[in-house]
Design a protein. Structure first.
Length: 282
C-alpha cells in the first residue's frame, strides 16, 4: 500500500462521494491474538492495490487502499487524524478535518479502508461510542468497502446495543483460528504457509525447503499460530546472521523463545525435550 508525500490540504468541490446512499457491506476479521488477523488484513489490501494498479497503470493519482490502527481511547478527532496522517495532510487550526478527509478520499478514489485493532474501541464509554459513530459516518460518506480486524470482537461488546447492532448488520464476521493440522488439505496448507515465509528469507547459505522439511516441528513449536511461527523464524534468522552461519537449522530454532501461548500449547501436546544451556532469543 503506497502512501502519498506530506502536503497541505486544498479543499475540493463535492464529488461522487456525496451521491452515496448508504454504506457498503464490510468484513470483520476476528480471532485470538496471533492467529493472523493483521496478516490477512494487510494481504487483502496488498492484493487489492496490485489489482487496481494493473487495471489503471497510468493513473498515478489513485490511492485505492487506506490502512491504520485504532489508537487506545480513540475519539472522533483521532479517527479523522489517522485518516489525515495516512494521506500526509497538514491542517490549519480549527479546520474541518472530517470533511477534508472525505473530500481527499473521494478525490484519490479510495475504495478499500482497512482498520486494525478494532478491539481498542470501547462502546461502553461515551468517547468510544462517539468514535464508533465517526466510523459509521465515514462508511456512509466514502464510496469504499470497510474491513476491520480485532481480537475477539464479538466478545468485546462491539455488537451490543443500538450502535453494536448497526455494526453487526453491516459486517460479515470472518473468524481466525490456529491452523488445523489434520492429514491432507490442512497439513498441505500449513506447509504452504511455511514455504511462503521461507521464500522471503535472505540468508546467503540457507538451503531451500529446509523449513518446509521441518513443518511438523514448526507446528509443534508454534501451536499453529501464524504470529508465533513468524516470531520463531524471524528470531532464528537473526541468530543466523549474528553467528555468520546464514542458514536456519533445527538446532538454531531451538534457541529461539516464542510467546507464552505457543510454549504452553507445546507443553500440553508433548513433553518438552531436554535442552542444553544455550542462549535464547525473544
Amino acid at each position: 500500500m503506497t502512501r502519498p508525500s506530506r502536503t497541505s490540504f486544498v479543499p475540493q468541490q463535492a464529488t461522487e462521494q456525496d451521491q452515496q446512499i448508504s454504506a457498503r457491506q464490510g468484513i470483520n476479521i476476528s480471532g485470538a491474538s496471533g492467529t493472523g488477523k493483521t496478516t490477512a488484513l494487510s494481504q487483502l489490501g496488498r492484493a487489492h492495490e496490485i489489482a487496481v494498479r494493473k487495471r489503471h497503470p497510468r493513473d498515478r493519482s489513485r490511492l485505492p487502499v487506506i490502512y491504520f490502527t485504532v489508537p487506545p481511547a480513540a475519539t472522533p478527532k483521532t479517527f479523522a487524524m489517522e485518516f489525515a496522517r495516512f494521506f500526509g495532510l497538514d491542517f490549519p487550526t480549527r479546520f474541518n478535518i472530517t470533511d477534508a478527509v472525505c473530500a481527499t478520499a473521494a478525490h484519490v478514489l479510495v475504495d478499500l479502508v482497512l482498520i486494525d485493532k478494532l478491539h481498542n474501541l470501547n462502546l461502553a464509554t461515551r468517547t468510544g461510542a462517539e468514535a464508533s459513530d465517526q466510523l459509521k459516518y465515514f462508511a456512509e460518506r466514502l464510496p469504499a468497502t470497510f474491513a476491520y480486524a480485532g481480537i475477539d470482537v464479538e466478545d468485546q461488546g462491539l455488537f451490543a446495543g443500538t450502535r453494536g447492532r448497526q455494526i453487526a448488520g453491516r459486517f460479515t464476521v470472518i473468524p481466525t483460528t490456529p491452523f488445523p493440522h489434520a492429514p491432507g488439505a490442512d497439513r498441505d496448507a500449513w506447509h504452504s504457509l511455511v514455504g511462503t515465509l521461507e521464500s522471503i528469507l535472505r540468508l546467503h547459505h540457507h538451503q531451500p525447503a529446509t523449513l518446509t522439511g521441518l513443518g511438523e516441528y514448526l507446528y509443534h513449536r508454534s501451536g499453529g499460530m501464524i504470529g508465533s511461527l513468524s516470531q520463531l523464524i524471524r528470531g532464528a534468522a537473526v541468530l543466523a546472521i549474528e553467528d555468520g552461519s546464514e542458514r536456519i537449522t533445527e538446532d538454531l530454532l531451538e534457541m529461539v523463545s516464542v510467546d507464552y501461548a505457543a510454549e504452553r500449547s507445546k507443553a500440553l501436546t508433548a513433553p518438552e525435550k531436554p535442552r542444553s544451556c544455550r542462549r535464547r532469543v525473544a
